[in-house]
Design a protein around this ligand. Structure first.
Ligand SMILES: [Zn+2]
Length: 482
């Protein structure tokens, strides 16, 4: 047993070392490739000695009535064989540029980037013309372990590194001739016009209301089609905005939904395959628009229900003449766009951090270290965990009583009797003072619960600041976070 254990640790150690070396090598390769791309853009006729990348070929007529080179014909042959697509479709595709906003950060979609790379990307490199076949990726986030189950472009070696770097490296490893532009910054009104203006088609893969309004408005101002997708839980949806006289996001949603109604994957969860499905469909819409084939999903919305395996396409409203962004009377100007406060409009932040409410006075709160001290002293108390039951099953503190916030009102008698039991056990008559603590995941619902408990006469209820995440951070790093 012991020697097995020793062998296992030795292998683990070796694996760790190799992984970190691999990650460093990948980083260096990516940096060198980016350098090479830059050189080739500046000197399109330079040849690459001994490199795996093919030499730059200027755009010339092939003599066959199209401008695809022999390498391109081979690489994209399965596209060319499609009668509806053919060399015309592929040629248009190769001349397009696509910007993806959100490289999987905060639950947005990502794996479609892979599809975009494989299918859409043209070889600017081969053409030697800078404006052809470009993929831009905007994201400010870093790769985390809990992204892996759905954001398949990232690998463990990139944990802690910027998502745009990880995504771009993966793209280049699929197609070393492509041009991937990395924007490792959050999209804001101050940089959006400049970044979006460089691309033909914009793909929205963000997961929050202010970004959706901002990206849509920016596309209206610049006259760009927008492929918009969303995936939360077991459902996804997809549509194309601002295309051929179709509606924009604001036409459909003139006023933002209440901030509490916006679900995010980090709160509601998402089945890994769902963003994959929607992501692939987003790639398909981008390809159709770029190559001018088929019918883009404009004025229609695709709704995907993973549980029933059902895809429905519903008709949605057309362009609204009264729309603040694209309406006849008041189309948004560049200046209006730059001055618009999207965070205020939607009452939520552009780069959502976990919500941190402050509903209670300091004397109604206790931090996790103070709670730990009470545990050590053996202070009799009742600990209520107000998270939903399926969260409680993931991880919970010992001796906590799970009463989800939604059923708190109905289950008050349980709290009373739990407190009474503790009191009898302790043999004191200190009343209910100071012995009821409430915990949740991050310390928001616990405040809501304490507010309610105070109203219902449990005046000594206290919330544990920062919830289980705070506990894991400040007291016990072995408690898993999710
Ligand atoms: Zn509109």
């Amino acid at each position: 047993m012991d020697s097995d254990g020793g062998e296992a640790s030795r292998i683990l150690l070796q694996l760790e070392t190799l992984k970190s070396t691999k990650s460093e090598i990948e980083r260096q390769i990516s940096a060198l490739e980016a350098q090479l791309q830059e050189i080739n853009q500046q000197h399109p006729n330079a040849t690459v000695p001994n490199g795996s990348c093919p030499p730059v070929i200027p755009s010339v007529d092939s003599g066959y009535g199209h401008d695809l080179s022999p390498q391109m014909i081979y690489r994209y042959s399965r596209h060319l064989l499609l009668p509806a697509f053919g060399v015309q479709g592929q040629s248009k595709l190769l001349k397009s540029s696509v910007l993806v906003v959100g490289a999987g950060g905060l639950g947005s979609l990502l794996c479609y980037i892979l599809q975009l790379v494989v299918l859409i990307l043209g070889t600017q490199y081969l053409y030697g013309i800078a404006s052809l076949g470009r993929l831009g990726i905007v994201d400010h986030d870093v790769v985390e372990l809990n992204n892996m189950h759905r954001q398949i472009i990232h690998t463990e070696g990139f944990i802690g590194q910027p998502k745009v770097r990880s995504a771009a490296t993966a793209c280049r490893s699929i197609n070393s001739t492509i041009q991937v532009v990395e924007y490792q910054e959050p999209l804001r009104t101050s940089n959006a016009l400049e970044i979006l203006s460089k691309y033909d088609i914009i793909v929205d893969a963000t997961d929050n209301a202010p970004s959706r309004y901002m990206i849509s408005d920016c596309c209206v101002v610049l006259g760009k089609p927008l492929v918009s997708g969303a995936a939360v839980g077991l459902e996804g949806q997809l549509t194309v905005f601002n295309y051929n006289g179709g509606p924009c996001y604001r036409c459909l949603f003139p006023t933002p939904p209440p901030a509490t109604a916006c679900q995010r994957c980090s709160d509601s969860g998402v089945l890994g395959v769902v963003p994959g499905v929607i992501g692939c469909l987003q790639a398909l819409e981008a390809i159709k628009i770029a190559s001018e084939i088929g019918e883009a999903l404009s004025e229609r919305m695709l709704l995907f229900d993973a549980l029933s395996g059902r895809i429905r396409i519903v008709k949605i409203r057309g362009r609204s003449l009264q729309c603040v962004a694209c309406g006849e009377n008041a189309p948004f100007s560049k200046q209006q766009f730059q001055e618009f406060d999207y965070e205020k409009f939607t009452q939520s932040p552009l780069t959502p951090l976990p919500l941190k409410l402050k509903l209670l006075q300091a004397d109604s709160r206790i931090n996790s270290k103070e709670y730990k001290e009470k545990l050590v002293r053996g202070e009799a108390h009742v600990l209520i965990d107000v998270r939903p039951e399926h969260h409680f099953k993931i991880v919970s503190l010992p001796n906590s009583l799970n009463i989800p916030l939604s059923s708190l009102e109905a289950r008050l008698p349980e709290i009373s009797s739990a407190l009474k039991e503790k009191e009898e056990h302790q043999g004191t008559d200190s009343g209910l003072g100071g012995r009821l603590y409430v915990i949740c995941r991050r310390g928001n619902d616990s405040q809501r619960a304490v507010q309610f408990l105070h109203k219902m006469g449990f005046t000594s209820a206290r919330d544990i600041i920062g919830g289980l995440e705070g506990w894991a951070h400040d007291v016990d790093p072995n408690v898993p976070t999710y």
